[in-house]
Design a protein around this ligand. Structure first.
Ligand SMILES: [Zn+2]
Length: 391
């Protein structure tokens, strides 16, 4: 038996009054996801912990069977692993957002969705100026990496949580030698970046400048037990975002780069399906992560979320159902809800479905209500790989 697990990031939601109390999953036309759910069994999955950040990193570690309390060190190290960035045992790896500040307030956590090419220029400027403190690495668009010997244990704030607020109130804490040095670097980055040609051009085009380097999500590089050792299966990860690719790399799974996979609405669902099916040749377990529903949740758009789910169903699920044989079990998981009314992740359990030849199906469509009525009941995320293998 081979196992294909498809994760709709942030795909679950709350009932929306304007559409008769329905959710995006209930409104969306998704015959292929529903076919998998009807032929399979459903339940609810507890994917997060109240004591930990409610991030996709924590949720996906848990769903792959890794206890974040013992192996989660922060977002930075996971994204660095996806890029093959190395750090010493005494070094700390941060996520570095290139953000927009206006009148001492955070105006945009994404620097106006600066392009990766533009980010590269700004990152090399930062390296020239701050090489005595650490090293900056380009990632994707505004999502970059900073490595330093300083900063372990400091409290840092994700910029997407403080849009509109004075950045001065959210610099690194508590006050000590490390935080003073790193905070001064962040504040000085404003003058370094503001007058750079990239930002002059952006301002002239009416685009937001990426005029501050904001570091957060730091930790030391984690040690993950190899996936094959943990589950006795050769594993692969198909994803666009560094966070998930990094988990796969650290777990020594096969993580191909998928052309056209962007982590946004313009991602190539087709290529992701093709690479997932291809990976089933060499691997026993393929983890296919799709980011776009989460982006729609953060954007707060019900219509966009419905459209994204319909696109996924038509262009990814159909292609997979047409390409795999009876020897493949297909599961649908959701790492956390990103309700359009909240525009952020919540701790609520999420619906899941497991379809496998010979399994008596629950006959339910894939949505939150069905999850609650499903025959698996409530399952802890750490148990889901074992359950998928066992049933
Ligand atoms: Zn997520």
């Amino acid at each position: 038996m081979k196992y294909l697990v498809i994760v709709g990031d942030g795909m679950a939601d709350y009932p929306v009054e304007e559409v008769n109390g329905k959710t995006p999953l209930q409104v969306a036309e998704k015959p292929n996801m529903d076919e998998i759910a009807r032929r399979g069994r459903m339940g609810m999955l507890r994917t997060l912990r109240p004591s930990l950040p409610r991030g996709s990193d924590v949720a996906n570690l848990i769903m792959l069977g890794y206890d974040p309390c013992s192996c989660y060190t922060g977002r930075g190290p996971l994204e660095a692993a996806a890029r093959g960035i190395r750090a010493g045992d005494d070094e700390v790896v941060f996520r570095c957002n290139l953000i927009t500040v206006e009148e001492n307030r955070v105006a945009d956590y994404s620097g106006g969705h600066i392009t990766t090419g533009e980010a590269e220029v700004l990152i090399s400027e930062l390296n020239k100026r701050f090489s005595n403190i650490g090293r900056f690495y380009t990632g994707v668009s505004y999502r970059n990496i900073f490595v330093s010997k300083r900063g372990q244990g400091l409290k840092a704030t994700p910029p997407h949580d403080i849009v509109g607020e004075e950045y001065g109130k959210h610099l690194l804490k508590p006050d000590n030698e490390d935080s003073r040095l790193l905070n001064r670097m962040m504040v000085e980055s404003i003058s370094v970046l503001s007058e750079n040609q990239v930002n002059i051009r952006r301002r002239n085009k009416g685009e937001k400048p990426a005029n501050m380097a904001w570091i957060w999500g730091q930790g030391r590089m984690p040690n993950l037990e190899p996936f094959a050792l943990k589950h006795g299966l050769r594993g692969a990860v198909i994803a666009a975002v560094d966070l998930i690719k990094g988990i796969g790399r650290l777990a020594q799974m096969h993580v191909p780069d998928v052309p056209g996979a962007t982590g946004y609405y313009d991602t190539s669902y087709e290529n992701k399906a093709v690479y997932a099916v291809k990976s089933l040749e060499e691997s026993d377990f393929v983890y296919l992560h799709v980011e776009s529903p989460d982006e729609a949740g953060h954007e707060g758009s019900f219509e966009t979320k419905v459209k994204v789910i319909e696109e996924m169903d038509k262009r990814l699920f159909r292609k997979i159902l047409d390409s795999v044989d009876e020897n493949v079990s297909i599961s649908i998981l959701v790492d956390h809800p990103t309700p359009v009314s909240v525009r952020n992740h919540t701790l609520d359990p999420t619906p899941f479905a497991v379809m496998k030849p010979g399994l008596n199906g629950d006959g339910l469509p894939f949505d939150e209500d069905s999850g609650l009525r499903g025959s698996f009941g409530l399952v802890d995320g750490m148990e889901i790989v074992k359950l998928i293998k066992r049933v």
